[in-house]
Design a protein around this ligand. Sequence first.
Ligand code: SF4
Length: 336
Amino acid sequence: MTDTATRQDGPGPVLRLQDLHVHYEVRTGQGFGQVPLKAVDGVDLQIRPGECLGLVGESGCGKSSLAQAVMGLVPATSGVIELDGRTDWDRSAATRLARARTVQMVFQDPFSSLNPRQSIATSLGGPLRLHGVTNRSERADRVAEMLRKVGLNPDAARRYPHEFSGGQRQRICIARALIVDPKLVVCDEPVSALDVSIRAQIINLLLQLKDELGVALLMISHDLGVVEHMSDRIAVMYLGRIVEEGAWNAIFSDPAHPYTRTLISAIPDPERADIGHERLRGEAPSALAPPPGCAFHPRCTQAFAPCREGAVPAFTRLAEDHRARCHLLTKDTESR
Ligand code: SF4
């Protein structure tokens, strides 16, 4: 049985991570040579076709390293990355091409994501040519169709990135990611560089395209409020580990981990007063020297001795589709 909170009925996962580790060697600058930084430290996750998984955590928690490992942009130190049933993702050109057809990415900054010297037709037509999705005569039609799908006039194909606003550029980046019919799109903070007034439009567009095209989304954000309305499931990450994972309604109606509760409290919403207002204390510790026991203990208002002195909390399964790592969840059992 897999150690994730995903139900096992229906089609197989489009992405399955099993005990994924991504470690870097980092120079400390203090004469001690290199020390390991465990950016991703044993993550199990699954995403099913057509599903949106929101991956949430503060800056530096490892979510972007996880995304980059899924994309093949950084090597996994150990563990399994299964994409569309395949795990043999080596560095050969053919394999990298197949991987890029399976999983595409939308980046945070739409300004640097597009080549300023390429027309939109070239930017969107390039992946079609590379992956042999259409022949030359069909390419312009496919580009026009994709631009329409993201809410732009097909005439945009003749123009250049500098002629568009930030929101329009992000629409173009989304079109470029989806034009090769990937199974999964990794969206790394796709609205955080955009004006607040257009964030909802881009989120709604992603949701609409997910439903229309049946593509799965891995939606990464430091802000739980951003993924709240689009995620079927949510995984909360802290210092390289998933600390809570579950169906959207389970996370919001019954958050089990104190860190999750602080993230929910940070969303301005008076209707959530019953969850309490647990503020996040201090800064996240460095991943170069994570605290022993529960890595969240220096910031947790409910920490008790085992959190500081005991083992890393194991997952407790709270429901079929909900699990969390916190000693409080097993406190009564442990003290018996
Ligand atoms: Fe807080 Fe302890 Fe639970 Fe960690 S294990 S979240 S420190 S109560």
